[in-house]
Design a binder for this molecule. Structure first.
Ligand code: AMP
Ligand code: FE
Ligand code: FE
Ligand code: ZN
Length: 283
């Protein structure tokens, strides 16, 4: 084996990152530049319900010589539990795909408005204009509402906003558009993508994981910042038993969580990305 091919095998990829097109704090350019500086061979752009950052990331990746993996993290709901499904290499320029995410984002905006109204009734004054000023071009999520609340001076921290108002059990919480993991998996497949059940260790039970497998999900996110050695071993075994792809990534939000960047901290050998690419019809 030559030194060159050894290097190729040792190259690492981080397949789960957010940008300002959802609730990340880095632009697509910053994510790619940082990933390149860390020496990663590839970086996945997986914004919540948005494909907006992909082209910008691809352009920088091309310039710097780092591979950019186009992706998305779709918000789903199974039996009242939020479940995320990652989609890699789906046809992100297809008009039907774009229209679908526009619809999801429109619903996210309506839902943020509803949360503002509920907050208002609780005497917590934050306007939709303030939320939009924070979110800019992003698919609007609770982190933007929390940030707007902080900037409006109605909470002392975004953590307090989640804890007291917009967490799952909070009095101003409103749910997102109802989409089942099965529907997301079908949508991703229909548009040439590879579907992966995201961070399964965070759902506290495997019901949604088994349902996703039954629905034909392509892979499991085995390695993730919220997975410990137990979860990694468990989902590694589950993936192998069901002959599924194994993926991993840091779920970097650019320091939104306690200023911790995460990027590259969960990175996996390139061979796992190569397997995803073989599965995809589009690469
Ligand atoms: P949404 O998709 O709008 O419901 O927002 C979910 C996002 O909010 C997650 O991806 C996290 O980034 C963030 N989040 C969820 N719960 C909390 C929490 N308790 N504190 C801070 N951020 C949170
Ligand atoms: Fe997030
Ligand atoms: Fe997620
Ligand atoms: Zn994520």
């Amino acid at each position: 084996m030559t030194a060159g091919s050894q290097n190729a095998l040792a190259r690492l990829v981080d397949l789960h990152c957010h940008t300002i097109f959802s609730d990340g704090l880095f632009t697509p350019e910053e994510v790619v530049e940082r990933a390149h500086r860390l020496g990663l061979a590839a970086v996945g752009i997986t914004d919540h319900d948005s494909l907006g950052g992909i082209d910008r990331a691809l352009i920088v990746g091309c310039k710097l010589g780092i591979e950019v993996v186009p992706g998305v993290e779709m918000s789903c709901n199974a039996d009242g539990v939020d479940v995320h499904v990652l989609g890699y290499y789906l046809d992100y320029k297809n008009p039907d795909v774009l229209q679908f995410f526009e619809q999801v984002q429109f619903h996210r905006e309506k839902r943020a408005r509803l949360m503002c109204e509920r907050l208002g009734k609780l005497g917590v004054k934050v306007t939709m204009a303030q939320v939009k000023a924070v979110a800019k071009d992003a698919a609007i999520g609770r982190p933007h509402v929390a940030q707007a609340m902080l900037e409006a001076g109605v909470v002392a921290s975004t953590e307090q906003a989640f804890r007291e108002f917009i967490g799952y059990d909070g009095p101003a919480y409103a749910p997102k558009m109802k989409l089942s993991p099965e529907e997301a998996i079908g949508f991703i497949k229909q548009h040439g993508g590879v579907s992966v059940i995201a961070h399964p260790g965070t759902y506290h039970q495997d019901k949604a994981v088994y349902a996703a497998i039954a629905a034909g999900v392509d892979g499991i996110e085995v390695w993730h910042s919220d997975h410990g050695t137990r979860e990694v071993a468990h989902y590694n075994e589950l993936a192998q038993k069901n002959q599924l792809l194994m993926t991993g990534g840091s779920d970097c939000h650019g320091g939104r969580k306690n200023g911790h960047i995460y990027l590259g901290e969960v990175s996996i050998p390139y061979k796992y990305l190569a397997a995803i690419k073989r599965r995809s019809r589009r690469t």
